[in-house]
Design a protein around this ligand. Structure first.
Ligand code: ZN
Length: 279
């Protein structure tokens, strides 16, 4: 048992099911990709087929989940964002064109944060307070700007397997850490051009791996933050695997299915406290 930390209401473990709706924005880093219709369609698959399949699975289980949506995805498919919002799932920022933060000037990053927040708020009526960096990379500049733009939490760092705080400008920012171990991209993503990924893993293998990590984190009373992409996890056999994983997690006592948004509120209202780390 990890004794540094206590979940509210005697819960034993927190489970966050999250989806980054990269879609076509994930390929915007290279202008040549804009002519690659097959590549772009693999992103569109996530919007057209993946998200509806995910929403059906979440409704079947009656569990909360959260989506992080780049501004560009929202720009080309506002109805998608509305469908996620109308189904009751919170939405956080994930860049505009899925930009790498480590390549941005202060002015560029400032502008991207403002535009991505505005784009989502114009559809949902809610100003996002959560951020997840594209490619999970943030810089000291990102932290300053997250403070400036009023973000309450980030979910990009990897420094623990319980929530912690980092200094962002004048305030503490809640960090909800992630790990490549619990990311579908690493397991399943593959593209020939541009070359991405190496081998497409079997759902059974990923189910074993994720169950093992959940079971160990459950024993320690930590948290289980799963990050997935609709264009990747949204394939039929993988949604069936996710269905089995959720069923397995639900069979445990004291599981708190929650969202980053719910964790931020719980932290803000003092229901749990965290350690502070530099990153
Ligand atoms: Zn992404």
């Amino acid at each position: 048992m990890d004794t540094r930390f206590k979940w509210p209401d005697g819960k034993k473990v927190a489970v966050c099911i999250t989806f980054d709706v990269d879609a076509e924005s994930g390929w915007k880093f290279d202008p040549a990709n804009q002519q690659r219709l097959s590549l772009l369609s693999s992103g569109a698959y996530g919007r057209r087929t993946g998200v509806p399949r995910i929403l059906r699975l979440l409704a079947k289980h009656g569990i909360p989940a959260q989506f992080f949506v780049p501004g560009y995805t929202a720009e080309i498919d506002p109805a998608l964002v509305k469908s996620i919002h109308d189904a009751g799932y919170p939405i956080g920022c994930h860049g505009y064109d899925h930009e790498r933060t480590d390549e941005l000037t202060y002015e560029q990053e400032d502008d991207i944060l403002a535009r991505s927040k505005d784009r989502l708020a114009s559809i949902t009526g809610i100003v996002p307070t959560g951020f997840r960096a594209p490619l999970w990379e943030i810089t000291p500049q990102t932290l300053q700007l997250l403070d400036k733009h009023g973000f309450e939490y980030d979910s990009s760092l990897m420094g623990d397997d319980i929530p912690y705080c980092v200094q962002a400008g004048q305030k503490d920012l809640l960090e909800l850490p992630v790990t490549w171990l619990l990311d579908d991209w690493e397991q399943f993503a593959y593209s020939a051009m541009p070359q991405t990924g190496y081998v497409i893993e079997e759902p059974e293998k990923v189910l074993r791996m994720w169950k093992a990590e959940f079971s160990a984190l459950y024993e320690e009373g930590c948290y289980f933050m799963l990050t997935m992409h609709p264009e990747i996890i949204g394939r039929a056999s993988r949604i069936a695997m996710l269905d089995q994983l959720v069923t397995f997690i639900k069979s445990h006592e004291g599981v708190w299915f929650c969202t980053p948004e719910m964790l931020a509120k719980s932290w803000r209202t003092g229901e749990f406290s965290t350690e502070k780390h530099p990153y």
